[in-house]
Design a protein around this ligand. Structure first.
Ligand code: SF4
Ligand code: FES
Length: 367
């Protein structure tokens, strides 16, 4: 009989879970889910070698293991630290972690422009979410920010280096799922930047996946730029027979018009896997199939209720239960008064009021 695999017990924010040896703290926390899971701006489970760059996933290890329960002196990157049996980890229950994370967000925003109102990533930007959750309202940075010219990375992708947080995810995509990487991180330190060698275009069939993995608006889809705000569009799951990729996508529609095609994302914002294989999509599906007739529609995409994308049209949401008729024996509640009849505010002659003269008088609405 095969020997049963020994699992490690790890406690994260007072919740204990059994995980396989070799699991990182971040992935153990993802198995628990919810707030216990640290944010991750550079780690991407489908990209080998990712993680360890951004420090947003820092956690406190309050006890190293059952055998050696001493705490770790420094906060550790949960995406790069594997669990030990009996380890005790603190994420949102640690003041040190929350303080450090606020500091990390402040660093990430040092050079990142606050151009969310015109950025195509707004509404699905991980840095935007992180800033709302952990950021501070001001910055202490007094120096000139780094600025760059926008750069075309091939015919379909535009790079806004000013928004890049140097997470390296796009370079891993190019390394691991396209056959020739022609872009990378040039220079180091505060000179580091994503660029292509001699502005060589990336025309590989899977290069569009760089857009999907970019956690911010640094790499955007040129066929969608400035077309719409993401929360005004309707995400719909669809598929087609594609010889190059899995063909499973999300269509972002406005009416019947397909404005954008992306890979389908899971709850961590990563591309979904099918039969344990990441569902990367090819450029033909992403950029050339922009007609509903190109696709077999499966139905509305499930979007988290907390996402701004679900605010406009409540796709996949359950309507809140209406309790009033229930307690009123099935009758719908009646309005008890009409505010226009009760309030006199609309019948005041504002020209008689002190302040700048105006001839406009608001009449009470005739009933
Ligand atoms: S362009 Fe985007 S994916 Fe690439 S390193 Fe910058 S932030 Fe990361
Ligand atoms: S997600 Fe762990 S360091 Fe970036």
């Amino acid at each position: 009989m095969a020997e049963e695999k020994k699992l490690f017990k790890v406690t994260i924010d007072n919740i204990t879970i059994d995980v396989e040896p070799g699991t990182t703290i971040l992935n153990a926390a993802r198995q628990i889910g919810g707030d216990v899971t640290p944010p991750a701006m550079c780690y991407y489970s489908k990209l080998q070698g990712s993680g360890g760059k951004c420090r947003t996933c820092l956690v406190e290890v309050a006890a190293g293991s059952a055998a050696d329960p001493r705490p770790m002196p420094k906060l550790v990157a949960s995406c790069r630290t594997t669990v030990m049996d009996g380890m005790v980890v603190k994420n949102i229950t640690s003041e040190r972690v929350l303080d450090a994370r606020a500091g990390v967000v402040e660093f990430l925003l040092l050079n990142h422009p606050l151009d969310c109102p015109i950025c195509d990533q707004a509404g699905e930007c991980h840095l935007q979410d992180l800033s709302y959750e952990h950021g501070k309202e001001g910055t202490r940075y007094e120096f000139k920010r780094r600025t760059f010219e926008k750069e075309d990375i091939g015919p379909y992708i535009q790079l806004h280096m000013t928004r890049c947080i140097l997470c390296y995810r796009c370079t891993y995509v190019a390394d691991q799922i396209t056959n020739n990487r022609v872009h990378g991180i040039l220079d180091r330190g505060d000179h580091a930047e994503i660029s292509t060698y001699i502005s060589k275009a990336i025309d590989n069939d899977f290069s569009g996946n760089m857009i999907d993995v970019c956690p911010v608006g640094a790499l955007t889809d040129k066929t969608f730029r400035f077309k719409n705000r993401v929360w005004f569009t309707k995400p719909v799951d669809a598929h087609r027979d594609c010889e190059k990729c899995c063909g499973k996508v999300t269509l972002w529609q406005r009416g019947d018009e397909v404005l954008r095609v992306t890979a389908r994302k899971d709850q961590w914002g990563e591309v979904q896997s099918y039969d344990s294989k990441p569902g990367w999509i090819c450029n033909t599906c992403r950029f050339d199939k922009k007609h509903v007739n190109d696709w077999v529609i499966e139905g509305p995409t499930k979007i988290s209720r907390h996402s701004v994308i679900s605010q406009g049209h409540y796709v996949g949401m359950q309507k809140p239960k209406e309790t009033m008729p229930e307690v009123m024996g099935g009758r719908a509640p009646k309005l008890l008064m009409d505010i226009h009849e009760i309030s006199e505010v609309n019948s005041v002659d504002i020209s008689a009021l002190p302040g700048p003269a105006t001839s406009k008088t608001f009449e009470k609405k005739e009933q």
